[in-house]
Design a protein around this ligand. Structure first.
Ligand code: GLC
Ligand code: GLC
Length: 814
């Protein structure tokens, strides 16, 4: 069953039924001012940091779900009936409800008793505000008197404190109302120099700023007393819960349409110029007033919206494909690329599942996210890399997370996740392959942000590499530390106390437990580093990295091999994890996926054997599960992985992040059909028809789909903020379609299904538009290339040096 449809030409998903299985959300903003918005206008906004600068309030895990939002009520002042055109909060039976989620905007509308209303929500480029453009049309044959009530509940900035510290924050709320604009200025009187505002293009009939006056005692948002009465009380909030509410009265002739523009924004004043007049307690509004006036103009709102559309048009235009598979096309051309930008902007902070008050930017997460967005935002990728590298420790290890606002490593979590440093090599390498900007390697970057410790970025990569070499275990495999990619495989934790963190509690020395996954990662990263070194003519160095990489490969094949597949790890007692000798957890996806992706065992049949075993034991119709059999009880020596009931999360759930490793492995074996089949099993668009089972958005990847051991097999959770976005994008574009960045140019080496007659693509790479036509002449994956009609050797097309800005690449597959 579907709850809507894809409108591909408009790059929108159109939801036609408001009660989706879960709130289906979208993101507003792409620079500093952000918001999440659901299909019924739920969600909230923040400036840069979802915890510390939360602008509006949202109630996570509330009942009914998805409460707190950008709500508009319409009231028929003749009949006194009122409703929400976005369905929530009143949940009235509407006609023609639709929600169009697009690139950085959402439009929600419906009709009720002849009154059509639709609101377009978006954040204009380069501004710290959002626009709600409400259009109301009277389709009745008689005039209509309609009151509109637009409402926002302010958050008192620190979202954590706002939701917990009531003994203080029921006293601090403050607002000002001037010229019809509602200013939220809690804590502005003391140490803050920022405030929020909510403005309206039409003259207010009345306003409200105290929540209880709006709702009435013991009422909720579905039945606000003030809306019922058709009149707001012009209250000024002192403490409790400040809101912004505007009432506008519309008299609509039959067929008449009116538009109201609302602006919700964030503004900062220089500390010395906070008040006007100086010495007063009144907000200085000199610099904010022109901004408000500008965007309350509907023509300006339209122009800003057109600019936003253009922004996404040019970003997505960098990589466009036309294949025989509609799901591949729409995910690559639109939604997966869009999600990659969202994960870059949000990391793992704000979604329906990430409350915005938890994690900062993850070191490994952010390095992997680069794989998906580097072609769309190379300058921002460069900045991100340098920020990440500055949180690396002098040992070569890294803070597991850092705070986006301070850019400092998070001491509560610290380091010691032994895979982290290798991801920096992979992140930097993806940047170099895209841009060819080797100057980044010479950028001085501090360790642990310590002034004076600056070394060229290249030095950071070497320390990353050596970090693993200096931490090898009894078999010569890398020690795992607190965890590797799988945060929940905690082999040194041995936690028996409820609530203890599995990741930061370390009850064992950590000198025994080894990770075969990190071994594969190291082999791969070592080869990337060697390629970078030889590109800089550091040939002796390159040879060393290759030799170390080869040595690790040998150790992996010897001690990381279980006979039919790769082991996962050795535990603190030196026992095997992910072996047929184990009672549970006999085979895992991570080591088998990453080792084959890295090319380990390609020559001696081990890679083929490992992936065949993955196909046999782990692959399901809804994707590939993490391991089998699932852990049926808690193993103290294994940690968090065994804390989840079977089939969920890392305990045999379908972790969509790691499925692409197997897809890539399959392409390395030349198995285009199977690689694309695996791709399709977790592809959100391809799962649209089973939305009542999948439950999450059909246009965004979720972190996890419940595995076959779960009673809810096939149900997705935790959509949007996951490394899944980048890895699936990377797997389909660079390995299945085979349009792959290398240090020397763009490689064209597709491994696509046999029944594809070919496909076309347009890729802008280092300033040159590559117009690619792939034509299948035989069933294999052999590639013959011609560039502008001239045959070339090999599969890499370097950017032309003769000033051509477009090349035609013809690729024959046979
Ligand atoms: C609050 C504080 C407490 C303080 C009291 C009086 O209750 O939590 O520490 O003593 O106010 O200021
Ligand atoms: C989460 C974490 C990521 C980790 C993954 C698997 O997605 O953000 O860092 O690798 O879970 O445990």
């Amino acid at each position: 069953m579907k709850f809507g449809y894809f409108d591909d030409p408009n790059r929108e998903y159109v939801i036609t039924q408001p009660d989706t299985p879960l709130p289906w959300i979208n993101y507003l903003g792409c620079q500093a001012y952000f918001g999440i918005i659901s299909n019924t206008a739920g969600g909230y906004s923040f400036y840069r940091d979802a915890r510390l600068r939360r602008i509006s309030r949202y109630r996570y895990n509330n009942t009914p779900m998805d409460f707190g939002g950008r709500y508009i009520y319409l009231r028929d002042d003749d009949s006194t009936e009122f409703w929400s055109p976005s369905w929530q909060p009143t949940r009235t039976d509407l006609e023609n409800y639709s929600c169009r989620h697009g690139m950085g905007y959402t439009t929600i509308g419906s009709q009720y008793k002849g009154i059509e209303a639709s609101t377009r929500y978006f954040v204009p480029m380069d501004e710290n505000l959002e626009i709600w453009q409400l259009t109301v049309t009277n389709h009745r044959s008689t005039p209509a008197k309609i009151s509109s009530f637009a409402n926002i509940e302010f958050c008192l900035w620190d979202a954590q404190d706002d939701a917990t510290n009531f003994q203080r924050n029921f006293n601090t709320g403050q607002v000002e109302v001037e010229d019809g604009v509602i200013y939220h200025k809690t804590e502005y009187r003391e140490r803050r120099n920022h405030f929020a505002y909510f403005a309206c293009s039409e003259k207010d009939a009345s306003f409200e700023t105290q929540r209880e006056n709006f709702l009435g005692k013991y009422r909720s948002w579905d039945k606000p007393l003030a809306v019922e009465n058709g009149q707001l009380g012009n209250s000024i909030a002192h403490g409790w819960s400040p809101i912004g509410a505007h009432q506008v009265k519309l008299e609509l002739a039959p067929g008449e349409t009116r538009q109201i523009v609302f602006v919700l924004g964030y503004h900062e004043n220089p500390v010395a110029e906070k008040f006007d007049p100086p010495g007063s307690q009144t907000i200085n509004k000199k610099t904010v007033k022109p901004v408000i006036a500008k965007y309350l103009d509907a023509r300006q709102a339209d122009a800003s919206f057109a600019q936003l559309r253009q922004h996404w048009e040019s970003l997505l235009g960098i990589m466009q494909v036309n294949t025989p598979d509609i799901h591949t096309n729409r995910m690559v051309n639109i939604w997966n690329a869009y999600q990659c930008m969202v994960t870059f902007n949000m990391s793992r902070s704000a979604s329906f599942y990430e409350s915005g008050i938890g994690r900062g930017l993850g070191f490994r997460d952010s390095n992997q996210d680069l794989l998906g967005f580097v072609h769309m935002a190379p300058a921002r990728a460069r900045e991100r890399i340098l920020d990440l590298a500055a949180t690396q420790l002098p040992t070569g290890g890294a803070y597991h997370q850092y705070q986006p606002l301070t850019k400092r490593g998070n001491n509560d979590i610290g380091g010691g996740f032994n895979d982290d440093p290798q991801w920096l090599i992979i992140g930097v390498s993806s940047y170099l392959k895209e841009t060819g900007d080797f100057s980044i390697l010479d950028e001085p970057v501090a360790y642990d942000n310590e002034p004076g410790s600056e070394k060229p970025l290249y030095d950071h990569l070497l320390r990353s590499f050596n970090y693993t070499l200096e931490r090898l275990g009894p078999h010569g495999l890398p020690l795992i530390g607190r965890a590797d990619w799988n945060d929940c495989l905690n082999l040194n934790c041995f936690s028996d106390t409820p609530g203890q963190s599995f990741q930061t509690t370390t009850n064992k020395e950590g000198k025994v437990a080894e990770s075969v996954f990190i071994a594969g990662l190291f082999v791969y990263a070592g080869r990337e580093l060697a390629a970078i070194a030889s590109h800089r003519n550091l040939n002796a160095e390159a040879a060393t990295y290759l030799a170390e990489s080869a040595k690790m490969e040998k150790v992996t094949l010897e001690h990381g091999w279980d006979g039919e597949w790769f082991l996962r790890a050795y535990n603190d007692f030196g026992g095997k994890i992910g072996s047929k000798e184990c009672a549970e957890g006999k085979i895992f996806i991570e080591s088998n996926g990453f080792c084959t992706l890295a090319g380990i065992g390609l020559d001696d049949g081990k890679a083929a054997s490992a992936l065949a075993a993955v196909g046999e034991h782990l692959a399901t119709k809804h994707g590939i599960v993490v391991q089998q059999p699932a852990y049926t009880r808690y193993y103290i020596e294994m940690g968090e992985i065994s804390s989840y009931p079977p089939g969920y999360k890392e305990n045999a759930g379908i972790f969509c992040h790691v499925n692409p490793w197997v897809m890539i492995g399959e392409t390395r074996l030349g198995h285009g059909d199977l690689a694309h089949d695996y791709y399709s099993r977790i592809c959100p668009s391809a799962r649209e028809e089973i939305s009542e089972l999948h439950r999450c958005e059909p246009y965004a990847y979720a972190q996890m789909i419940a595995g076959k051991d779960a009673p809810t097999f096939g149900e997705a959770k935790n959509s949007w903020l996951t490394g899944t976005a980048a890895w699936n994008y990377y797997a389909i574009v660079q390995w299945i379609l085979g349009i792959r960045t290398t240090l020397g140019g763009l490689e064209i080496a597709p491994v696509v299904p046999k029944n594809w007659p070919g496909f076309t693509a347009s890729r802008t790479y280092r300033g040159v538009v590559y117009k690619i036509v792939v034509e299948r002449k035989g069933e294999g994956n052999s590639v013959a290339l011609a560039v502008d009609g001239v045959k070339i050797d090999g599969s890499v097309v370097p950017p032309p040096t003769d000033g051509r800005t477009e090349v035609a690449v013809h690729c024959t597959l046979s």
